[in-house]
Design a protein around this ligand. Sequence first.
Ligand SMILES: *Cc1c(COP(=O)(O)O)cnc(C)c1O
Length: 383
Amino acid sequence: MDDKIRMVDLNGQYMKIKDEIDAGIREVLDSSAFINGPATSQFRDALGKYLGGVHVITCANGTDALQIALMALGLSPGDEVIVPAFTYVSSAEVIALLGLTPVMVDVNPRTFDTTVDNIRKGLTSKTKAIIPVHLFGQSCDMEPIMDFAAEHSLYVIEDNAQSIGAEYIFSDGHRARTGTIGDIGCTSFFPSKNLGCYGDGGAIFCKDEELAARMAMIANHGQSAKYRHSVIGCNSRLDTIQAAILNVKLKHLDEYSAARRKAAAYYTSRLKEFDPAGEFFDTPAEMPGKSTHVWHQYTLKIHNGRRDALKRHLAETGIPSMIYYPLPLNEQEAFKGIARKGENLVHSKECADSVLSLPMHTELTEGIMDRIVDGVEDFFRKL
Ligand SMILES: *Cc1c(COP(=O)(O)O)cnc(C)c1O
């Protein structure tokens, strides 16, 4: 291994489970069951069980998962769907693609989650659904969101692409995996996600059997029986090879979450030691008692407009960092004239201008993190 620092170390992770993964892939090759082979249904069952007993529909990617979820709800053009502005484009893109109106709302500036107070500001008589996004590995505060949705008869589709394995904790103490709380949950198996395959993949979770069957049908050309098409659907499948890989990786998911948690704790302890008062930056805020954190990203907020200069300084010394996300969706050209803003989205803008994510993956060592934190400290010491 070279000593290059990476945002994500997929190779290091693969080398540790290579034998299991290679055997799983070989089995698919030997059987030639490339589409809907046995590994696919095995994975659906295993994931459903892991999530606490839900129906799982696998599909081609996380964006398709969101699209299929929305298609299943029987919404009409002009109906509004509330979505945060500070998120990846997929969450809002699919709303517009289906001729629905995305209504963008603000996020909590410390925890980056979609809050009920912001959701309320986007509510109109046309609102039909909410897509809360569990950003960076932590759950939104789902209980008030579910109460609000019930009060206004809204569907809730959780975008769980970044938080698979996280648990939301209800006020009575019971816990549920993110993605299993709303009417529908969606996730992505993009390679760098917490549960990633070696290509594209996605899944939809749902407790309601009828709705699950409808989404499975939509993902398969709206086909109710062979060559009988009941509704307009799409063609969205998880390859058997990817399912075989995911069957192996799902068994390691909790261990991967623990590795990320350990890395995040180390980052925070070192960074807080350097900047205890949060003069230069804020370390990520957690929601203890409400959500566990699976650290899809370790995201700092850099104060005083110094984010870009810090990023450049790190790059010069071989330390990668990323800006997730540099532009709120309400300011993206694609959404001009399509999206409606819930209000002035000051926090989304402020997050986009100040966030910086440090390398986060399952293979981080204290040695690597020391080099990264030293780079951050070096920048602020030279100010
Ligand atoms: C990755 C991601 C998606 C989309 O997943 P793909 O598999 O890339 O289509 C959707 N929402 C969020 C928040 C994501 O991070």
